[in-house]
Design a protein around this ligand. Sequence first.
Ligand code: FNR
Length: 186
Amino acid sequence: MSKHVAIIVGSLREGSYNRKLAQALVGLAPDGLEFTFVGTGALPLYNPDLDEGTPPEAWTQFRKCLSRADAVLFVTPEYNRSVPASLKNALDVGSRPYGASVWDGKPTAIVTGSPGGIAGFGANHHLRQSLVFLNAPPMHQPEAYVGNITEVLDEDGNIINDGTRDFLRSVMDGFAAWIDKLSSAS
Ligand code: FNR
């Protein structure tokens, strides 16, 4: 049976390289994974007071989408050596109300993309730390840092370089195996 993977892109920018990269990753995934892109741009900033009554509809929809997913793939840029605020907000929204976190037990994977050579290392590891805390185990290997992202994709969003394409295919194969491993353990 197919596994449903929610994809969260850390950039809200229309022309986002990371969004293009996420779309390319879908094309490289093995059979047996189905993907849904879940937006985070319309989520009001997390405020526990708003969970006291009827929470904002955007939070409810987001939580439902994530609850239905078997796994989550994060593809994100780095902002100021951490994750973009919209992504951190999405983690916080999904983690509450206390005891009803949508992340709990979900296999995850992280791909960071940057025009720079450090390739989003800071964002990758800040996100990894949050996911460990949230009990949403991030895939250990392969780690995926995509540097010089402006040179990785052509105008149509195809991965130009064969070596990069093969590596990213191995990331998606690894993620499928990670999902299977954690699903069979639970
Ligand atoms: C950036 N950028 C950036 N890049 C990086 O490698 N490390 C960083 O810490 C930052 N910090 C940062 C902060 C803010 C507020 C912005 C807007 C940008 C540059 C960033 O990697 C670049 O804009 C990417 O193109 C963003 O990814 P998308 O939107 O193309 O997916």
